[in-house]
Ligand binder design. Structure first.
Ligand SMILES: C[S@@+](CC[C@H](N)C(=O)[O-])C[C@H]1O[C@@H](n2cnc3c(N)ncnc32)[C@H](O)[C@@H]1O
Length: 257
């Protein structure tokens, strides 16, 4: 049963990535101050599920290490990574473990996220993302702009972002924050009755030559074509995306996202 399920969902490259993610996540976990982590979670134990679900650091480290591996961040030279809506900072902690320079953006009010990112020693800017409002700048650009399990787009409200809001954000990211040749990697949450995004939003991303795989959207910066080697697995290509153009990738070892 488990094997059948895996065959439906994953390619061999996913399985190899998963095993690698599990091993790397365990090593990254070993460097965390465990008593301090328990202290932080205990001090937020009475909070709701929004915090509680992130107490399982083994799980989240594995998931986010998988994302980092899929982007090729385990095999490239040190890059700069900005995580937009970074939450507890697990993805950035994995990137930092892999040798990258990291920064997070998240809402000001969540002390649990603030405490965990501080424990992980992840620099973080508190900022509320709103439609048609530029993100803060940092005096430098980033090779990777990531956003996982996005909520800042009005997730689960009546005002989920459409093409215009995304156009503003992507223009802002490309103009002010993305290093030429870098990558934007977005991972959407499913909306009730819509799916990950509307057809309008999907068409808009396609008009910007995005690579779309279910709820994940990848855009390469000007002058580059997926430089981090995030190339979808063959079975995903067949179903979900147009044929690949020739890659100018400096690495191509990753077959899946
Ligand atoms: C579902 S959590 C995902 C956290 C993290 N990216 C991950 O994948 O584990 C959504 C995150 O987006 C942040 N967020 C929601 N709305 C935001 C906004 N308007 N501006 C900035 N961050 C926001 C939340 O505080 C939370 O950390």
């Amino acid at each position: 049963m488990l094997v059948n399920h895996m065959r439906l969902q994953y390619s061999f490259a996913d399985i190899s990535n998963f095993l690698q993610a599990r091993a790397l996540a365990a090593k990254a976990d070993a460097l965390i101050d465990q008593p301090k982590f328990r202290e932080v979670t205990a001090s937020h134990a009475s909070e709701g599920y929004g915090s509680y679900k992130y107490f399982d650091k083994e799980l989240w480290l594995r998931k986010k290490m998988m994302r980092a591996i899929e982007l090729g961040l385990d095999k490239c030279e040190p890059l700069s990574v900005l995580d937009i809506g970074c939450g507890a900072g697990y993805f950035l902690y994995c990137c930092k473990y892999l040798g990258h320079d990291v920064h997070g953006i998240d809402l000001p009010h969540c002390e649990f996220y603030r405490d965990v990112t501080a424990l992980f020693d992840i620099p973080r800017t508190e900022f509320k993302i709103e439609p048609y409002k530029a993100l803060p700048t940092f005096g430098k650009r980033f090779n990777v702009l990531a956003a996982h399990q996005i909520c800042f787009n009005g997730h689960k409200t009546e005002h989920v972002w459409g093409p215009n809001e995304w156009e503003f954000m992507l223009n802002d990211l490309q103009k002010n924050l993305l290093e030429p040749g870098g990558m934007i990697a977005l991972e959407f949450n499913e909306e009730p009755e819509i799916g990950f995004f509307t057809q309008d939003v999907r068409r808009y991303f396609e008009s910007r030559s995005a690579r779309i795989l279910r709820g994940r959207v990848f855009l390469a910066g000007e002058g580059a074509f997926f430089p981090l080697g995030a190339v979808p697995s063959p079975e995903m290509q067949a179903d979900d995306i147009p044929p690949l153009e020739p890659a100018t990738s400096r690495r191509s070892g990753l077959e899946t996202i």
